[in-house]
Design a protein around this ligand. Structure first.
Ligand code: FES
Ligand SMILES: [Fe+2]
Length: 376
């Protein structure tokens, strides 16, 4: 008989100290019931990155996205206010905005032509005369919480959620000195991966454990022994001093500065910084066995003179990512094997993974997370 969802959830011990801890068990990565519980308890309740502020500067600029299966649209109003809505027409449920991004004076549904203002209010319904007991004021687009931090736009499907700054907490102060607001968006890469979204996050949070083995180019510019891991609230900062190297010229040329900064914010956002460089990784669960990861690349100088340098830098990032893809898909196959149940964690390297698993367990079980300290 298959295990019940309660049995699967209770098979992870989130109280164990790191030296005795195991990962979340394999069914958490492969069972569709866990994926559905995550959709409801994690992705429908946490602040999620959906756009950049530079995409939503002028009145009428909009971005569409899907979040926890829900179609959404974020739009800058004529009054300068940023708003988000479910992108679902109140008439017969078509998507009102069908472009990924753009600018419009009015939001018009392509199906029967209903028109909504940039503030979501219903402005017009063709051929609707004679319809009784229909209150136009009650039929605007349904609003969603939206807030910004640095150059990022976040939404939250939970009307009761605490404000974004309460969610990000310590991350706000920790990122501030890096001055990421001075960087400019350059390019995007999207990767579709045949693995659970948590396999990708685990791979990110292993404290550099896999770097010497899987990323020889990247490893050549990091002082691996000095790699540090800080856990706090809902974020983990992995950081390493940089060293000069002639092992891999493209990496040495495009990954510079004193330190590499790798921030992960629960549950699915990563922010990676070098000098004059940032990429963000946003992980979107598709189903239990698949995810998509969006990489956005930013640079301090995006002028034409720097185009080839920036392009080379993106391809270095792309190469590292491709090195990770194969292993993530291998891990997903292994997690389905009868030979595997759960794995132990390196005390030196894998505290970030434990933080992730504890936060996730708390959300899925509906209990407070145990107090979190990297050293316990
Ligand atoms: S579904 Fe939008 S106008 Fe009919
Ligand atoms: Fe990696």
């Amino acid at each position: 008989m298959p295990a019940s969802i309660e049995q699967i959830l209770s098979s992870y011990n989130d109280r164990a100290p790191l030296s005795e801890a195991s990962t979340i068990p394999a069914p958490w990565y492969v069972d569709p019931r866990i994926a559905e519980l995550e959709r409801l308890n994690v992705f429908s309740k946490t602040w999620q990155l959906v756009a950049r502020t530079d995409q939503l500067q002028k009145p009428g600029e909009f971005v569409t996205a899907r979040l926890a299966g829900e179609p959404i649209v974020v739009v800058r109003g004529s009054d300068g206010t940023l708003r988000a809505f479910y992108n679902v027409c109140r008439h017969h449920a078509a998507a009102v905005v069908t472009e990924p991004c753009g600018q419009a004076a009015m939001l018009q549904c392509p199906y029967h032509g209903w028109k909504y203002g940039l503030d979501g209010s219903l402005k017009g319904m063709p051929e609707f005369e004679g319809v009784a007991n229909f209150d136009r004021a009650q039929n605007g687009l349904l609003p969603i919480r939206v807030e910004t931090w640095e150059c990022f736009v976040f939404v939250n499907l939970d009307p009761q959620a605490a404000p974004l700054v309460n969610f990000l907490r310590g991350l706000v102060q920790r990122v501030a000195p890096l001055g990421i607001g001075t960087l400019h968006y350059f390019d995007r890469r999207t990767y579709d991966i045949a693995c659970n979204w948590k396999v990708f996050v685990d791979n990110y949070l292993d404290g550099g454990y896999h770097v010497p083995h899987l990323h020889k180019g990247l490893n050549s510019v990091l002082d691996y022994k000095q790699y540090t891991i800080e856990n706090e609230d809902r974020y983990c900062l992995q950081s390493s001093p940089m060293v000069t190297s002639d092992h891999d010229t493209a990496t040495a040329f495009t990954r510079t500065g004193d330190r590499a900064w790798y921030f992960w914010q629960y549950p699915n956002l990563m922010i990676n910084c070098y000098e004059g460089y940032m990429d963000t990784n946003y992980v979107i669960p598709i189903d239990a066995d698949h995810c998509s990861v969006i990489f956005d690349f930013y640079f301090s100088d995006v002028s034409a003179a720097k185009r080839s340098y920036n392009t080379e830098s993106v391809s270095v990032g792309d190469r590292v990512q491709r090195e990770d893809l194969g292993i993530c898909e291998d891990v997903q196959r292994g997690l389905k094997s009868r030979a595997y149940g759960a794995g132990r964690l390196s005390v030196r390297r894998e505290a970030g993974e434990q933080l992730f698993h504890r936060l996730l367990a708390a959300d899925l079980k509906g209990t407070p997370a145990p107090s979190i300290a990297a050293a316990d």
